[in-house]
Design a protein. Structure first.
Ligand code: AP5
Length: 192
């Protein structure tokens, strides 16, 4: 298996780049944000629990997210590899992911980290909020809260992968196409 993590703050372009990356490399896209929004739209107990956290810009508890990822793995046992988008978001999630992959005798090949200034991120998210219907995009206060959560809880995940020499920063500003090419350049170095 060949597994990648697309890392970066809210609005850095993870979802945008994921679509082309999964197509090019034949991977399964695992976006915990998309899975959670799907649970909310189906009004499942998990979705009802998650909604309050998401509307406030907080993280959904680790055990809920890890359980959801575990069952997604089971549904895609034949996958060639996964592209993780928005996961792991805490050190506990990164450690749980290591264990899940270890059980499958595989690991993360690379973490591709999109770097974008906060002012550009706010602009992108408020702009998306005009049409996305995402409640966490329409209020600047909630957007700033998501950045604070990212800083406090998600940034430490970078260190987890830096220690393993798997962390690759990528300039996340420019055209979608330019950024895609930079990401592919890093990925291609990992393919032997
Ligand atoms: P999630 O859905 O993961 O959202 P996020 O990380 O906040 O990221 P976004 O989807 O907002 O941004 P993105 O980086 O994908 O950017 P995009 O490509 O869309 O999480 C939402 C919530 O779910 C969390 O707050 C949390 O509550 C919960 N959650 C999810 N995962 C969790 C986990 N693992 N643990 C706990 N809780 C979890 O781009 C943004 C906009 O910019 C778009 O409009 C796009 O068109 C535009 N854009 C993209 N690239 C460019 C470019 N190069 N130039 C100009 N505009 C661009």
């Amino acid at each position: 298996m060949f597994n990648l993590i697309l890392f970066g703050p809210p609005g850095s372009g993870k979802g945008t780049q994921s679509d082309s990356l999964v197509e090019k490399y034949g991977l399964i896209h695992l976006s915990t944000g998309n899975l959670l929004r799907e649970e909310i739209s189906q009004k499942t107990p998990l979705g009802i629990e998650a909604k309050g956290f998401m509307d406030n810009g907080q993280l959904v508890p680790d055990e809920v997210v890890i359980g959801m990822v575990d069952s997604y793995f089971d549904k895609h046992s034949e996958a060639k590899g996964f592209l993780f988008d928005g996961f792991p978001r805490t050190v506990a999630q990164a450690e749980a992911l290591d264990k899940l992959l270890d059980l499958k005798k595989t690991e993360i090949a690379a973490v591709l980290a999109l770097e974008v200034s906060e002012e550009e991120l706010v602009k992108r998210l408020l702009n998306r909020g005009k049409t996305s219907g995402r409640s966490d995009d329409t209020n600047e206060e909630v957007i700033r809260k998501r950045f604070a959560v990212y800083s406090n809880e998600t940034k430490p995940v970078a260190q987890h992968y830096k220690k393993a020499h798997k962390f690759h920063p990528i300039k996340g500003e420019g055209t979608v196409d330019e950024i895609f090419k930079s990401i592919c350049k890093e990925i291609d170095k990992k393919i032997v």
